[in-house]
Design a protein around this ligand. Structure first.
Ligand code: EPZ
Length: 418
């Protein structure tokens, strides 16, 4: 196991290239099950979760190799099972369910189980598949599903679900007739997946809106695609510039995927200029405490809540942070408090009383974005911060300590026993 050691207090200066988006690459990889042959993806980040999805696809019979591009050949899929030991490490494994049923008509997928940030059930995925004619059974922690052929259906999601929308959109591409997804997720990653599916021959209208219409087709063909930049990685480094009082240029971004984050950070006192694929971020005034509420895209993303809280810990007043998506996404609060943050929790609302400074301390990562918030706190804190269990961070941030060192951060990855 590794840890990160950070000597805080350095204003970051320089340029960071943003990697491809984990949450765009994962559904694309699952979509390869919809068409036999070699799929080729560019700009795929080198992350733990990508390796897990490759392992899962290989377990099913796909041939995967990730050099400068990611090749996935699904010509020989012969095992329609997603086992617990793989699914338990990554919930997004459930994304293979829709494609397996659409193309192979059978699937045995482990239920993902709980997660640090919430129960995160998949009932909406399963209810949608049932409406498409899938026989769904739960047995010993597994989903056992089968269908002769999926049929198009009208599906209205009780609440917005990103992977639920992705799973059912993929299933509908090969179903008989028309499927309409209402109250669908509008995230850029959903739009990117729809673009790839259409390149494979699918017929999809409305991706990016809350109503997506899919006309089933008899078959799809493999194709190639470039993964969109990671908006959450970009947002994280925007906060890094703000919390250290530095000046960063982020390249290879999609500023249009970050408008709610940009607006909220500008309210907090950051100076942000965007042009094409570049975002310039600096701060030359005290951090202003502002309120934020997480909500599905295009509103402020839950995946930026923990990072934003680190910034608000040094605000000039009190910030109310309301987490509306997950019921337990405040695991980072206890660790930030160890660094001197003054935060009160009331259910899904955190009251963040800004303090003058944070102090370096040994802290524990609990989930992916909580880990990022601790790195941000450590970059601003006086003294040394040690972040343990950073395998959480490695799930979603490509070479974070290298990217931060290159812009002046005093940050090292060390073995736990060191
Ligand atoms: C996706 O998770 C992302 N993961 C998450 O990113 C992100 O936080 C989340 O969307 C919200 O934006 C990937 O895309 C791989 P949801 P997902 O289904 O699809 C409830 C990260 O940090 N719900 O949109 O699993 C659920 O419990 C990760 O990269 C049901 O009740 O999230 C939650 O409260 C963390 N039943 C809410 O809906 C269902 O069947 C939104 O969940 C499905 C969801």
């Amino acid at each position: 196991m590794d840890k990160l050691v950070i000597e805080g207090g350095v204003p970051l200066q320089g340029e960071i290239r943003i990697s491809g988006a984990k949450n765009a690459a994962l559904p694309l990889m699952a979509a390869t099950l919809l068409a036999n042959g070699e799929h080729i993806f560019h700009n795929v980040p080198r992350l733990r979760d990508i390796r897990t999805m490759r392992n899962l696809l290989a377990h099913m019979g796909a041939a995967c190799r990730h050099e400068d591009v990611l090749h996935i050949d699904t010509s020989d899929i012969h095992n329609l099972e997603a086992p617990y030991d793989l699914v338990k490490t990554m919930r997004a494994s459930v994304l293979v369910l829709g494609p397996m049923l659409a193309r192979h008509h059978r699937a045995r997928v482990s239920l993902p189980g709980g997660c640090a940030i919430g129960a995160r059930p998949i009932n909406l995925h399963l209810a949608g598949l049932a409406r498409m004619g899938v026989d769904v059974k739960l047995d010993h922690g597994y989903v056992i599903a089968s269908a002769d052929r999926l049929r198009g259906a009208l599906i209205t999601f009780d609440q917005v679900t990103v992977t639920g929308t992705e799973n059912l959109m993929m299933a509908a591409t090969l179903a008989e007739g028309q499927t309409v997804l209402r109250n669908a997720a509008r995230e850029p990653e959903v739009v990117a997946l729809a673009e790839y599916l259409c390149r494979m021959g699918a017929r999809i209208e409305g991706a990016g809106t809350d109503r997506i219409v899919i006309e089933g087709v008899p078959e799809l063909s493999p194709s190639t695609h470039t993964v969109i930049p990671d908006r959450i990685e970009a947002g994280t480094y925007m906060v890094a510039a703000g919390i250290t009082g530095g000046n960063l240029r982020l390249v290879g971004c999609r500023p249009d995927h970050l408008e709610a984050v940009t607006e909220k950070l500008q309210q907090a006192g950051l100076v942000i200029e965007t042009h094409n694929g570049t975002i310039d971020v600096r701060r030359d005034r005290p951090i202003r405490s502002v309120d934020v509420k997480t909500w599905p895209f295009p509103a402020f993303p839950t995946d930026m809540q923990a990072q934003f809280m680190s910034l608000m810990s040094l605000g000039d007043n009190v910030s109310t942070i309301s987490e509306q998506i997950f019921e337990n996404r405040f695991m980072h609060v206890l660790e930030l408090q160890r660094m001197g943050a003054d935060i009160e929790l009331e259910g899904r609302v955190a009251m963040v009383h800004g303090v003058k400074k944070l102090s370096g301390a040994p802290v524990m990562a609990t989930d992916l974005r909580a880990s990022a918030s601790l790195v941000l706190g450590g970059l601003a804190a006086e003294g040394t911060t040690e972040i343990h269990r950073i395998y959480h961070l490695d799930r979603g941030y490509e070479a974070m300590e290298k990217k931060l060192s290159a812009v002046g951060a005093r940050i090292w990855r060390k073995r736990e026993e060191e």
